[in-house]
Design a protein around this ligand. Structure first.
Ligand code: ATP
Ligand code: MG
Length: 393
């Protein structure tokens, strides 16, 4: 059986009062866009709910996969639609629905009927009782439990009858485009795509920046980041990726600063570039995948010193309190893990010292950075002027 319709459930949007329609519309727009390649669908708001109706054949798994990537959706209910709303026909359809959906009928249920046409010959209570009795007659293994049923069978009677009982979980969050824009520092690792995903989940549009260090890093390393950006864009929408050639800046730091401070000073320059790009692109924040204590540059002391490099825009780090395994679990769930673990070199690992500082002091780092004055400014400007942009979708 092919479902004619899906009922879309959402949660947090419901708390938005007068602005609710803005959030609903943003979500509907995204659904329309994403569903387009998979068939003819109408997405509409009706009776304070959102429906997707199919007007062509479609692949069920494709549609569910797409809907599970749209923030704001907490549940997707496949709905059987019955045009002829006579009681006998509805009863037949409910029996067919249960037969198809539940191979094993050893469960408790209750019917939850609603009708908006009050002239319908049966009241909601009568519908519940009669449909329940018909189901028990047909499938004696079933039993009714009105207080704590395993399955609630929803039957809505309007111009047609709508039958559903299953809820496929959606990603939750808020529709992208309802909460500003962020610049994500996207490396080829596991953490940063997860961090970007988590901020997009709160309705934030994304752009991203990748620091490339050719010839120390390969074309494949860059392609890996583009691939990760494409995976994230399934959730966030088109993602503008800025690829910064960081080699000369890194070499300048390498040649002039103490090697145990390289990572810290490099990160400070990454942040500076990211801040400038973010402001140019109207982003209100920067996102990184840092997590306290994960590596030497992510101790609280290191984060303080790195953070001090910029002061115009906040850095959000959604992974900050998570264990590596928790981050990995999310990356597996969102489908970035397999790409993240491909073994291509990263610009940070190439210039990393054997014994990097773990408790840097800002004054000491500022002192070391003085050696860059008069040399690095030109390289910084050159890097900014030669940014390559790739639209990932
Ligand atoms: P990830 O798994 O995201 O690569 P990581 O554990 O390797 O993170 P670091 O290398 O210390 O940690 O990087 C911390 C954060 O800095 C990353 O999560 C990312 O946001 C940013 N970052 C690091 N390297 C790059 C890069 N080459 N381009 C863009 N951002 C980077
Ligand atoms: Mg990394």
């Amino acid at each position: 059986m092919q479902y004619k319709m899906f009922l879309i459930k959402y949660a947090e949007i419901g708390t938005k009062g007068k602005n609710r329609y803005v959030f609903e519309e943003a979500m509907c727009k995204r659904m329309r866009n994403r569903l387009k390649p998979y068939g003819e669908f109408e997405v509409r708001r009706e009776y304070g709910r959102i429906y997707v109706e199919a007007f062509s054949d479609y692949d069920f798994d494709d549609v569910i996969k797409v809907l599970k990537q749209i923030f704001g959706i907490v549940g997707i209910c496949p709905v059987m639609v019955v045009e002829d709303t006579s009681y006998d026909n509805i009863s037949k359809a409910v029996i067919e629905y249960i037969d198809n959906e539940y191979k094993n009928k050893n469960f408790t249920f209750k019917c939850h009927a609603r009708r908006n046409d009050k002239t319908y010959p049966k009241s909601s209570m009568e519908l519940n009782a009669d449909l329940g009795a018909d189901l028990l007659n047909k499938f004696p293994e079933l039993s009714v439990d009105v207080h704590n049923p395993e399955v609630v069978i929803d039957v809505e009677v309007r111009n047609a009858a709508y039958i559903y009982s299953k809820v496929i979980p959606g990603p939750g969050g808020l529709p992208v485009g309802t909460n500003g824009k962020a610049m994500a520092l996207l490396s080829g690792g596991i953490d940063s795509p997860v961090a970007a995903y988590m901020i997009a989940k709160r309705g934030v549009e994304l752009e991203a920046v990748y620091f490339n260090a050719p010839p120390y890093t390969s074309e494949r390393a860059k392609q890996k980041v583009i691939d990760l950006a494409k995976l994230v864009s399934q959730y966030s929408g088109v993602l503008k990726l800025h690829i910064v050639n960081f080699t000369d800046i890194q070499l300048c730091i390498y040649d002039n600063c103490p090697h145990d401070e390289l990572t810290i000073i490099m990160k400070r320059y990454m942040y500076k570039v990211a801040q400038e790009l973010a402001m140019k692109e109207d982003c209100q924040c920067i996102i990184t995948g840092e997590s306290i204590g994960q590596v030497s540059s992510q101790t609280t002391q290191s984060l303080l010193v790195i953070d001090s490099a910029i002061d115009k825009i906040p850095v959000f780090r959604p992974c900050i309190g998570m264990d590596k395994q928790e981050i990995i679990d999310i990356s597996e769930m969102i489908g970035t893990y397999e790409t993240s673990i491909l073994p291509y070199e990263d610009c940070c690992t190439i210039f990393v010292d054997k014994h990097p500082v773990t408790r840097p002091k800002l004054e000491q780092i500022l002192e070391s950075e003085k050696a860059l004055t008069g040399k690095i400014e030109e390289l910084y400007n050159k890097a900014m002027e030669s940014v390559e942009v790739v639209y990932c979708r």
